[in-house]
Design a protein around this ligand. Structure first.
Ligand SMILES: *Cc1c(COP(=O)(O)O)cnc(C)c1O
Length: 386
């Protein structure tokens, strides 16, 4: 063979017989077939093998299968991010004219998608009180196709009575989806509590190091697998095998990170609850958190993200100054990584509550816990001119 041909034709020259503990990173667009008669285009690898890189390589599918096992799902699809997972759920379940219920504590871009793109396709969105529980029944219409849940809610941390919502939805034949990112797919058993679809931003705890974007959509049964799988194929929502390889690595330390983060976060949240500048600490394991009793009933643990509300003696500018005064806590979006983060939400309001810019969300990382408390103490002291 000419050297030009040899450069591009696959030849395995390395010695065979290698065994290691890692999942190989298989990158591929083209997938090879033995014969022309074998050529297929489909996403169901269990029926016809691999056909095209978009539908997954062994790296992507290993990650999906491990998440499915962890969550007790029938099947898990890996997508490019948490928001992509949310979009995939909407597009798999909704059709023009349908009605969707979304808690007003949902992840902001979820509501934005519902009120933006989906409204353009004649999907009606209704935001509901996340603490509604069984009362959701009164909001279900004949054309309701989907109820979103997210527990705890983004930033305001309301714990939802997911079993009660699922029971009401099931009686009316409505699909329930849960954004289970906070629980990392393990602190809340979505399928045991009745949901039909559970999504996660692997970007947060499974990735765990703020260096990748990935999401998953996990489904309860074969019918949803078909609906989500067909939509996934039509949208071409391929996930990068390199990112999947990082997520597979993240899974190996997920338990250790969650254990440490739970302890450290609780210690910091309890300390903050005693500070005179703080009106409330919205941490699922503390009584201030709306829905705390439901958390106790349904969750097996808590994670690293929570919010604090400053007393009304402090305004938006004071809260911003507090954040700027923090040294170890960095300012940035996302969470679930190894670094502590702080962010305020100057414009955040709920239909029943205006937080007047006094809400700060903290993500606790793996720094020495006492040093994080010291950092918060000096920034709080600065508020009062100390
Ligand atoms: C971050 C986040 C998402 C979106 O995940 P990306 O991977 O950043 O797109 C969805 N839901 C919740 C609750 C999140 O915190």
């Amino acid at each position: 063979m000419h050297w030009r041909t040899r450069l591009v034709q696959p030849q395995s020259l390395a010695p065979k017989g290698f065994a290691s503990l890692t999942v190989p990173t298989h990158r591929a667009s083209t997938v090879l077939f033995e014969r022309q008669a074998d050529v297929r285009d489909g996403w169901r690898q269990d029926q016809h093998g691999y056909t095209y890189g978009v539908y997954g390589t062994p790296t992507t599918l290993e990650l999906g299968a491990r998440i499915a096992q962890l969550e007790g799902a029938h099947h898990t699809f890996v997508v490019p991010g948490g928001q992509a997972a949310i979009a995939l759920v909407y597009l798999s379940v909704c059709k023009p004219g349908c009605h969707v219920l979304v808690p007003y504590s949902a992840y902001g871009p979820n509501l934005k998608l519902a009120r933006g793109l989906l409204a353009r396709f004649d999907v009606t969105i209704e935001a509901y009180d996340p603490l509604i529980g069984a009362g959701i029944d009164a909001l279900i219409r004949p054309e309701t196709a989907l109820i979103w849940t997210e527990s705890p809610g983004s930033v305001t941390m309301e714990i939802q009575d997911v079993p009660a919502i699922c029971a009401a939805a099931r009686a009316r034949g409505v699909t329930v989806a849960l954004d289970n990112t906070y629980a990392a797919g393990v602190l809340f058993d979505a399928f045991a509590h009745g949901v039909d679809i559970s999504i996660q931003a692997l970007t947060k705890y499974v990735g765990g190091h703020s260096d990748l974007l990935l999401g998953t959509v996990s489904v309860r049964d074969a019918d949803l697998k078909t609906r989500v799988g067909d939509t996934h194929q039509q949208l071409g929502m391929a996930a990068s095998p390199d990112d999947c390889s990082l997520a597979l690595r993240g899974l190996q330390t997920l338990a250790l990170r969650l254990d440490h983060l739970e302890r450290a976060t609780l210690e910091i949240a309890r300390w903050l609850a005693e500070q005179p500048q703080i009106e409330a600490v919205y941490h699922p394991a503390l009584p201030d958190c709306p829905g705390h009793a439901v958390w106790k009933r349904d969750f097996t643990g808590s994670a690293s993200v929570f919010s604090i509300l400053f007393r009304d003696a402090y305004d938006k500018a004071a809260v911003a100054a507090f954040i700027d005064a923090l040294q170890l806590f960095k300012i940035g979006m996302s969470w679930g990584g190894v670094t502590s983060l702080a962010l305020s939400y100057p414009e955040l309001a709920r239909p029943n509550r205006d937080y007047a810019g006094r809400l700060v969300r903290l993500n606790i990382g793996l720094e020495q816990t006492q040093e994080l408390i010291d950092d918060l103490r000096q920034a709080l002291a600065g508020l009062d001119g100390g």
